[in-house]
Design a protein around this ligand. Structure first.
Ligand code: ADP
Length: 390
């Protein structure tokens, strides 16, 4: 039997996973399941050998859990000879207290379940993944890795809202998310340009979800997402920054209740709502309609605006790093943002940008710019190995 470390990112209808050698942290393969609870299909790309996919079909009973269990069971059978020693879970919310990865025992599980109301669209699915993995791999250490943890330790002013103080004390504060991505990218930047990684850096994680983080010497000092994953930048289907008065208006004048607001804010807004085309950046760029162009212009405007605020938080800026599906792949988005940052001293190297090279700023640029692909699974694997085998 070969030892294996499994990373799991369990969502409402999809599961992403990767398999690592727990000793060397070499990646043995990655995969995912789409349409969990429906006509689910498992895809796996081993590092060596042929990719395969397997139709899982519909699970019974507690739908997400049964579907997850089925998916993991299939994966276990597809990888004969692997003994899963540790499972690292991506958990969206660690609350105000959990600032580092932790082994999941019954007490930790109960504490994480209590945080479900803070992230109702993610945390319950993350925890269904924990239950499924505990049942299927009872001998393996289960480790929780949090999207919020990287942002713990902010100054009070970076986490507070202007609400009554007792609400902050009761947990109504900015938590920030995408922490595993920021941690990974910041670690890579330290390898790529150590002198810059020790300075003032903004990382823009631009995928379906989008946020930015201001870092000083590799530590988060501010971030654009807040109490929930709705705040900050516009995203695929979420609006980003919004006046709460608009929500009061929708409730009093248009009869929206919590469920209708949630559907509006999580599923019908952002790039999809503005463009009327899609939540997918490539489709919006390809559409080229006036509303699609407006959606792109708004995204760029909000990015530049938030970069200005985060730069003020940092007292200046040494580097801007693009990551996430849009940040890593959209040449035109990076060019549009860079064109608005001349005042910060950014001079883009057009051909380096077009080729998505690691450093995309021209040599005389006062502000350095980079493209650094993120790898949240690897970050989870590193945390899990350290936490499980320490
Ligand atoms: P998630 O947040 O779900 O992990 P990703 O980080 O994969 O999402 O980002 C998805 C986004 O990246 C989509 O809007 C998609 O259109 C965009 N994207 C992916 N590939 C490209 C590409 N080659 N050019 C432009 N945008 C891309």
């Amino acid at each position: 039997m070969t030892d294996a470390l499994l990373t799991l990112n369990a969502g409402s209808s999809s599961l992403k996973f990767a398999v690592f050698d727990p000793h060397t942290l070499a990646c043995l393969g990655r995969g995912g399941v789409e349409a969990l609870g429906g006509d689910a299909r498992l895809q796996f790309r081993p590092a060596k050998g042929e990719a395969f996919s397997d139709r899982l079909g519909r699970g019974d009973g507690d739908a997400p859990l049964a579907a997850l269990t089925g998916a993991l069971d299939t994966l276990g059978k597809a990888l004969p000879g692997l003994a899963v020693r540790a499972v690292g879970h991506r958990i969206v919310h660690g609350g105000a207290e959990l600032a580092a990865p932790v082994r999941i025992d019954d007490a930790v599980y109960a504490a994480l379940a209590k945080l479900e109301p803070l992230a109702p669209l993610h945390q319950p699915h993350n925890l269904a993944g924990v239950r499924a993995a505990r049942a299927l791999f009872p001998q393996a250490a289960q480790v929780a890795c949090f999207d919020t943890a990287f942002h713990r330790g902010h100054d009070f002013v970076a986490d507070a809202y202007g609400l009554p103080r007792e609400m902050y004390d009761a947990g109504l504060r900015r938590y920030g998310f995408h922490g595993l991505s920021y941690e990974y990218v910041s670690g890579r930047l330290r390898e790529i340009a150590p002198e810059i990684a020790g300075g003032r850096v903004i990382i823009a994680h631009l995928g379906n979800g989008a946020s930015m983080c201001a870092l000083r010497d590799g530590r988060s000092v501010a971030t654009t997402m807040g109490f929930s994953t709705l705040d900050g930048l516009p995203m695929g289907t979420r609006p980003g920054q919004l006046d709460p008065g608009a929500l009061l208006y929708l409730m009093s004048a248009s009869g929206y209740d919590a469920a209708a607001l949630s559907e509006l804010l999580y599923h019908r807004s952002g790039l999809k709502g503005l463009s009327g085309v899609s939540n997918d950046w490539r489709e919006i760029e390809a559409a080229g309609t006036p509303h699609a162009r407006d959606a792109i212009a708004y995204f760029v405007h909000r990015l530049v605006h938030e970069i200005g605020g985060l730069t003020a938080d940092l007292g200046g800026l040494d580097a801007l790093v693009f990551t996430g599906g849009i940040g890593e792949h959209s040449v035109s988005l990076r060019a549009a943002v860079a064109a608005r940052l001349g005042w910060l001293g950014l001079a883009l190297d057009e051909s380096a940008n077009a080729a998505a090279q690691t450093r995309i700023s021209a040599p005389p640029s006062r502000l350095a710019a980079f493209v650094v692909p993120t790898d949240e699974e690897r970050q989870i694997a590193e945390h899990t190995a350290k936490t499980a085998f320490a």
